[in-house]
Ligand binder design. Sequence first.
Ligand code: AMP
Length: 185
Amino acid sequence: MSFNELGLSPHILRAVKELGYEQPTPMQQQAIPAILAGQDVLGGAQTGTGKTAGFTLPMLHRLLANHGRGGRRQVRALVLTPTRELAAQVASNINDFAKYLDITTLTIVGGGKQDVQAKKLKAGAHIIVATPGRLLEYIEKEEFESHDIEVLVLDEADRMLDMGFIKDVNRIVEEARYRKHTMLF
Ligand code: AMP
């Protein structure tokens, strides 16, 4: 199977091709059509299987397909990760795949400069990649608007639970209650 057969936007396929990806991995062959069809996905996939592209590519396609719903400032997708390193990696992947799309991404993590992040959050982004603790601080200060979140991704959810984030994650899942689409890896 080739990437062209998956039904992804040509603007996304162009970025994928430039990254040198020739064929979707087995995980991507399974996950991408299901996510494009709007199904909630529970994926048991290890690092190295291509899971980041597996959820990011169809997520970008769906955000693109529903474009015009919100303005530039509205957060439409939220990706939670257990660590700031993983958040940075996922955000970097999203930026690579979104190279030809008018979609913005912001990373909200502990250890980052809080005032700088708050300012950027106020300016808005379509996709937020965050660690649970820091995001919750913004939620509690009412500096994070979650009403327009369409897609919620819990990446390495098992690790988030191992790290004791269950209460924070539950709070954030509840905060994103208007979402239409949930993915858990
Ligand atoms: P991940 O499992 O998401 O951490 O991805 C592992 C590595 O595989 C990353 O360096 C990706 O850029 C790369 N990768 C993901 N999907 C593909 C693909 N279809 N073809 C080639 N490399 C890929």
